[in-house]
Design a protein around this ligand. Structure first.
Ligand SMILES: Cc1ncc(COP(=O)(O)O)c(C=O)c1O
Length: 406
C-alpha cells in the first residue's frame, strides 16, 4: 500500500479496491461495501500462514491468537471503547442482537417495557419483540409520518420507570438520517433504561464514539465498513455485568468477550478486520489508532458529500417521493431511497441493472418502516447507497439511466 499519498484523489482511493476496476457502477453499499486489497491479502495470508486453532502454544497458534486479539482491538478503537467497555465479535449484527435479547430474556420480568423504534432494521426489532413470551411489553416508538423522521421528542412520553431498554437505529438503512444518539441516550438513562443502538448504517460514514455518546450497547457490521462478513457489539462494563453470555458453563460470566463468543470466530475474517487499520491510515494520510479513524472519516465525508448532493438534487427535480429527509446536508449519510409516482420500484431497478449499475429495491428488512410510511414492502423503495469511493461520474451515469425512464 503506498504511504506517500497525502490528498484524497478518488482514483487513488478506488485503486485500493480490486473489485472497483471494472466499469460496473456499484451503488449498493448499504447492502455491503467492497474491501480494499490490504484486507483481501490479510485474509489470504492468514489462511496460508496460520490457519490453526487459537490458544495453543506452538508458533502458528500464537500468531492466530494474536490476530483475533488484534481484530478486537481494531473494533474497540473504531468505536472508541477506551476503558468504558468491551467489544464482542460475531457472525452478524442480527445474530449478536438475537444473542443479546436472549440474555435479557433471562433478567427481564413481566411488565418490563422495551421501546422499539419503528425505523429499525428487523434485527433490532424482532428479537426484542419476541421477549413478549416472558411478559415483556414492546412499546413502538413511531416514525413521524409527515417528516418521515424518528424524532427524539416523541420518545419522551413513551418512557417511564418500567422502561428497561430503548432499541433504535443510529441511521435507518432506508432513511439515511442521523439520529442524535446522545440525546436519546440521555432520555433513556433519565428513567434508568439502557440503549441498544444499531450503528450498521452509520458506521461506513462517520466515526463512532461510544464514550462521547455514553451508550450502553452499540453494534455494527464489519462487512458494511470495507471488511469481511462479521459484526461487532460494544457494551459498557456495567451493561455486560448484569447479563450472562451464552458460552459454556466453565467460562466465567465476567470473561468478556469470550463468554459472548460461543464457538470459533471466523479467524481469517479477524485477520481482515485487523488489517483494516492500514486502510484508515492510508485515508488519513498516515495516522494510526483512533486519530487515523477520525481523520479517515473526515476525508471520506469530503468525498461522499458532493456525490450525495448531486444525486439528491437530481431526484428533487423528478416526480418521485424521497423517502427520508429529502436533502443531503449535515445530519444525513449517502443512502437515498425513493418511490416513483407511477413506475414500480422493480421496473426502475431492472432498467439500471441492464446498464451496469448496481442499486436495489425492496424493504431491505425495514419492513415495519415501509408499512408505517404506506409503502408496499413487496416492491419497496428504490435505494441508492453511496460510500466515499463512489464518484460523480457514477452518479452521472445513474442519472443518465434514470433520465431515460423517469
Ligand atoms: C441498519 C441495519 N441493521 C442491521 C442489519 C443486519 O446486519 P447483519 O447482516 O450483519 O445481520 C443491516 C443489514 O443490512 C442493516 O442495514
Amino acid at each position: 500500500m503506498p504511504s506517500t499519498f497525502t490528498s484524497l484523489d478518488p482514483a487513488a482511493v478506488r485503486a485500493q479496491f480490486p473489485t472497483l476496476s471494472d466499469d460496473f457502477a456499484f451503488l449498493e453499499n448499504a447492502g455491503g461495501s467492497q474491501v480494499p486489497e490490504v484486507v483481501v491479502e490479510a485474509i489470504r495470508g492468514y489462511l496460508l500462514d496460520c490457519c490453526v486453532q487459537i490458544g495453543a502454544s506452538y508458533p502458528h497458534s500464537v500468531k492466530a491468537t494474536q490476530t483475533v486479539a488484534e481484530a478486537h482491538r481494531f473494533v474497540e478503537t473504531f468505536m472508541n471503547a477506551g476503558e468504558a467497555g468491551k467489544a464482542v465479535l460475531g457472525p452478524s449484527t442480527t445474530q449478536l442482537l438475537m444473542m443479546l435479547a436472549h440474555a435479557y430474556g433471562e433478567i427481564l420480568v413481566p411488565g418490563d417495557e422495551v421501546v422499539i423504534a419503528e425505523s429499525n432494521h428487523e434485527s433490532n426489532a424482532g428479537p426484542w419483540e419476541r421477549l413478549r413470551r416472558f411478559g415483556v411489553v414492546p412499546v413502538i416508538w413511531p416514525v413521524d409520518r409527515e417528516s418521515q423522521s424518528l424524532r427524539p421528542e416523541t420518545l419522551i412520553p413513551l418512557l417511564n420507570e418500567r422502561t428497561k431498554l430503548v432499541c433504535f437505529p443510529h441511521v435507518s438503512n432506508l432513511l439515511g438520517e442521523v439520529i442524535d444518539v446522545a440525546e436519546v441516550t440521555r432520555a433513556a438513562h433519565a428513567v434508568g433504561a439502557k440503549v441498544v443502538v444499531d450503528g450498521v448504517a452509520y458506521a461506513p460514514h462517520a466515526p463512532i464514539d461510544v464514550q462521547a455518546w455514553e451508550v450502553d450497547w452499540y453494534v455494527y457490521s464489519t462487512y458494511k465498513v470495507f471488511g469481511p462478513h462479521m459484526a461487532a457489539l460494544y457494551g459498557t462494563h456495567d451493561a455486560f455485568e448484569g447479563l450472562t453470555g451464552p458460552n459454556h458453563f466453565f467460562i466465567d460470566r465476567d470473561n468478556v468477550p469470550l463468554k459472548w463468543e460461543p464457538g470459533s470466530l471466523a479467524h481469517e475474517s479477524c485477520a481482515g478486520i485487523a488489517a483494516l487499520g492500514r486502510y484508515f491510515e492510508f485515508l488519513s494520510g498516515g495516522h494510526s489508532g483512533r486519530r487515523g479513524v477520525v481523520e479517515a472519516f473526515e476525508a471520506m465525508e469530503r468525498l461522499e458529500r458532493p456525490v450525495h448532493r448531486r444525486l439528491v438534487e437530481y431526484l428533487r427535480t423528478k416526480p418521485v417521493r424521497l423517502v427520508g429527509p429529502g436533502h443531503a446536508d449535515e445530519g444525513t449519510i449517502g443512502t437515498v431511497s425513493f418511490v416513483h409516482e407511477r413506475i414500480p420500484s422493480p421496473e426502475i431497478v431492472a432498467h439500471t441493472d441492464r446498464r451496469g449499475i448496481g442499486i436495489r429495491h425492496g424493504h431491505m428488512y425495514a419492513y415495519r418502516l415501509c408499512e408505517a410510511l404506506g409503502i408496499d414492502p413487496a416492491t419497496g423503495v428504490v435505494r441508492v447507497s453511496l460510500v466515499h469511493y463512489n464518484t460523480l461520474e457514477e452518479i452521472d451515469r445513474l442519472i443518465e439511466a434514470l433520465e431515460d425512464l423517469l
